[in-house]
Design a binder for this molecule. Structure first.
Ligand code: UGY
Ligand code: MN
Length: 245
């Protein structure tokens, strides 16, 4: 008998989800042509956003969505075609696509993408953002709280036109968040590299590459990279808006 059968590091709790690659289930999705999605976070979980990994064969497409969309290309080469965009992108690139500018992703090779969707919350007097393409390595790395071992890259501009943030956080071996965080914003987190203990609620989980974590609002959270190498994750949070009363 396989001793691993029926065992997983994954854990689904009211305030968080750790979803490890052994538990991923792939599903077709409308608008995803020649591809499948692993849906990590959705309203069914308690999340106020949608996050999925799209695995798309060469020549496959992700058609325009009905909500604003952020796409980070994890693997492969693709073309981005929209009203003001006609561009080739490579791994490490990302695209912001508002629902008002229907933008299509076309895979030129086999591709893997992290995709985040959120219903846009307009702000009176502020023009909503336009579509654009960026490249993660080109974004300035800012030490978090002055710690040179913990670098943050803000992939979206931080101005009030945007109602969410997506950052990469890169930890040198042994680097850690300087505090346990408890905050109103929720998170969707994809481990890109490295490993270490992640505190979620009152449990410490060992996490590694490919793991996904959802953190509900006010979920206590803390991470330390272990000594095996650099750790890096892509992290979503809702941002820049007053909570509705
Ligand atoms: O932006 C954040 O809230 C981030 N520091 N949280 C985290 O890494 N869990
Ligand atoms: Mn946080």
């Amino acid at each position: 008998m396989n001793p691993k059968l029926g065992q997983t590091r994954s854990s689904r709790q009211p305030t968080h989800l750790l979803q490890t690659p052994d538990t991923f289930v792939r599903t077709p999705m409308p608008g995803l042509v020649g591809g499948e999605a692993i849906v990590h976070a959705a309203p069914a979980l308690g999340a106020n956003f949608l996050q999925y990994t799209a695995e798309i064969a060469s020549k496959g497409k992700l058609m325009p969505g009905t909500n604003q969309r952020f796409l980070y290309l994890l693997e492969g080469d693709a073309s981005i075609i929209g009203p003001n965009l006609d561009q080739t992108i490579h791994a490490g690139a990302f695209v912001y696509m508002p629902a008002t500018q229907p933008t299509t992703f076309i895979a030129n090779t086999q591709c893997r993408c992290a995709v985040i969707e959120k219903k846009y919350e307009p702000l009176e007097g502020i023009a909503p953002p336009s579509a654009f393409v960026g490249n993660e390595p080109a974004i300035p790395a800012v030490p978090l709280g002055g710690d040179p071992k913990l670098l943050v890259r803000s992939l979206l501009p931080t101005n009030f036109a945007f109602d969410f943030a997506v950052n990469t956080m890169t930890y040198a071996p042994g680097a850690a968040l300087s505090q346990v965080e408890i905050h109103m914003m929720e998170h969707g987190l994809l481990m890109l590299a490295g490993s270490g203990p992640y505190l979620l609620g009152d449990t410490k989980y060992d996490v590694g590459p490919g793991d996904f974590i959802w953190m509900a609002p006010y979920c206590p959270q803390w991470f330390q990279a272990d000594e095996s190498g650099e750790a890096k994750y892509l992290i979503y949070k809702d941002f820049n808006r007053m909570p509705a009363l």
